[in-house]
Design a protein around this ligand. Structure first.
Ligand code: ATP
Length: 547
């Protein structure tokens, strides 16, 4: 079925094919199918991990197919993709024994067995479960199994297909399904509710992941004030990773922007979070922090890349700064004004590694500027301004929250093509053409090759090799998944790129794997930045205004 979806280029045909398939399933299978279509073995917020990688999967495939000699590696080199390698090997060397066809249920059971394997025998148990799955899989099914197990279908733009398919399967309005999915991020839950006409939901519950409320950028402090707002709540803009914390009777779960469970990376936060209460949902930012000041974001990133968080707990300490509460002790707070939510948060939070964000009210653009300078002096990125009367709006980037960062600003873009470098980077995909979003389309806006470490480039290069859409020789069109933050000196109008704009002297600030490709910057944002920069340049030419 997925091959059918992949083969058609029309979005409408893809949605119809997926929708027809989803409609044919019972409720349990519908949940499972949506989870797998999202490209993951478990729903968002589920802390289970398969804990199998390339090596374990490769070993089982070699053993099962008895592919001769170096056939496994040769096939992998040809495809550059483990899923397609599995499919080809299983087609050429099918296992001898009778296949019991895979069902969504047997796949889910297999994943549960793999994730549940623990202790000394865990390698053996995982391998046995993998063997059963691949043994029963048709070759193309095996390809998708691998993609799910290595979480390689990646979310992002793909959810653009799943939600309309859920709408089509249930006969609901796609806008209604999209709205509900902001509050309930698990597509399986959405699909079942859509089918039973139970999409209407107004609360956030501990243990049920939601989409984060986001802020719109402003280029000047006066832009943050709407005519009817007498005062804004201003907070430091912390440069860390955005997280939601779900405390249920069973556990504390810390979820990243991509709704992956990252609790294990921050062991020192668990006990303080358990001590706060027994049922709550917080929104906040984890920041590397020492003494009274934040540490640079790169240190936090380093800590996240390590497998052994305990060792880095001392070297790179972190704090969780909470700035919102959506549920506390059985009380839903989604619709309560920010000022009331802050009061609840303040009463709950102890000091220590889990703390309350610093905030104050500002009534004029001048006060905002002073607050901005103080935030910068204290080592923060800028400020976030929030309307005190605003409810929490999951998944929305509106004017209720705005953010102000210094300088020209940066753009979050997605890489759409990669070229081989020169000199010591010959053979490495190190020059990246990137795009911003224009509705459902991606439009290119620049190309950059500087700013990353050799290690980061090697990692990206391998990933682009494995996720090539078209090999053009010197360059490769790649799956639009990897998000970069790029800085630049100016934005100019240009015919070179399909956005109609180009960035001057773009350089990569960081890889943003915490950000789904569906949330990159838009062409509208580029237009607004271009206009603001032009205004600023005109102002600089004319000199300061005389009073
Ligand atoms: P966005 O999250 O808006 O897509 P981004 O991830 O690129 O953008 P920025 O543009 O730097 O990040 O700013 C928004 C982010 O700032 C929020 O997503 C959140 O992670 C972070 N942030 C830091 N401090 C706060 C705060 N006090 N209130 C809300 N968000 C904050």
């Amino acid at each position: 079925m997925l091959d059918e979806v992949r083969a058609t280029s029309s979005t409408r045909a893809k949605v119809a094919a997926l929708g027809g398939y989803l409609a044919s399933l019972g409720d349990d299978d519908l949940r499972r199918a949506c989870t797998f279509l999202r490209g993951a073995p478990f729903p968002p917020g589920d802390p289970r991990r398969l804990g199998v990688g390339w090596v374990a999967i490769g070993a089982v495939l070699r053993e099962l197919t008895r592919a001769p000699g170096d056939e496994f590696h040769a096939t992998y080199r040809r495809h550059g993709d483990l899923g397609d390698t599995a499919a080809e090997l299983l087609a050429r060397y099918p296992p001898a024994l009778f296949r019991a066809p895979l069902t969504l249920e047997t796949v889910a059971r297999g994943f549960e067995a793999i994730a549940g394997a623990q202790g000394a025998a865990s390698r053996r148990v995982k391998a046995a479960a993998l063997r059963t799955l691949f043994h029963d899989a048709a070759p193309r099914e095996a390809a998708y199994l691998v993609k799910i197990m290595t979480s390689d279908m990646r979310v992002g733009l793909r959810e653009g297909l799943l939600l309309p398919a859920i709408a089509s399967a249930s006969g609901r309005d796609p806008a209604e399904v999209r709205r509900a999915a902001l509050l309930i991020a698990d597509p399986g839950e959405i699909a079942v509710r859509a089918r039973h006409n139970a999409l209407h939901e107004t609360a956030i519950e501990p243990g049920r992941p939601f989409r984060f409320m986001l802020a719109s950028p402003v280029d000047a402090p006066r832009d943050a004030f709407a005519a009817s707002v007498p005062a804004l709540w201003v907070e430091d803009k912390y440069d860390g990773i955005r997280v939601q914390v779900h405390r249920t009777a069973e556990r504390v779960a810390i979820l990243s922007r991509t709704l992956d469970v990252v609790t294990a990376a921050f062991p020192e936060l668990v006990a303080p979070l358990e001590a706060v209460g027994r049922a709550y949902v917080f929104d906040g930012e984890i920041v590397a922090w020492e003494g009274a000041r934040p540490l640079p974001f790169v240190l936090l990133q380093q800590r996240l890349q390590r497998r052994d968080p305990l060792r880095f707990m001392v070297e790179i300490p972190v704090v969780l700064i909470c700035f919102d509460v959506l549920h506390a002790g059985g009380r839903d707070l989604l619709g309560a004004p920010l000022s009331a939510r802050r009061e609840v948060l303040q009463a709950l939070l102890p000091r220590g590694p889990v703390r309350l964000s610093a905030g104050s009210l500002a009534r004029t653009p001048e006060e905002l500027e002073a607050r901005f300078r103080a935030a910068r002096d204290a080592g923060h990125e800028g400020i976030v301004m929030k309307r005190p009367d605003s409810p929490y709006q999951p998944g929305r980037r509106g004017r209720l929250w705005t953010k102000w960062k210094p300088g020209v600003g940066t753009l979050d873009v997605v890489v759409v093509a990669a070229e081989y470098g020169h000199g010591k980077r010959a053979g490495i995909l190190s020059d990246y053409t990137f795009a911003v979003r224009d509705g459902a389309r991606l439009v290119t806006i620049g190309k950059a090759y500087s700013g990353l470490t050799d290690e980061e480039i090697a990692g990206l290069s391998a990933w682009f090799h494995a996720h090539t859409r078209r090999d053009l020789g010197a360059a490769r069109l790649v799956e639009p998944v990897r998000v970069l933050e790029v800085a630049f000196d100016a934005i100019t109008k240009s015919r070179r790129h399909d956005s109609g704009y180009a960035l001057r002297f773009p350089r990569i600030v960081r890889i943003r794997d915490d950000k789904p490709a569906g949330e990159i910057d838009t062409l509208d944002r580029v237009r607004a930045m271009h206009a603001a920069l032009a205004r600023r340049a005109a102002g600089a030419r004319d000199g300061p205004p005389s009073s």
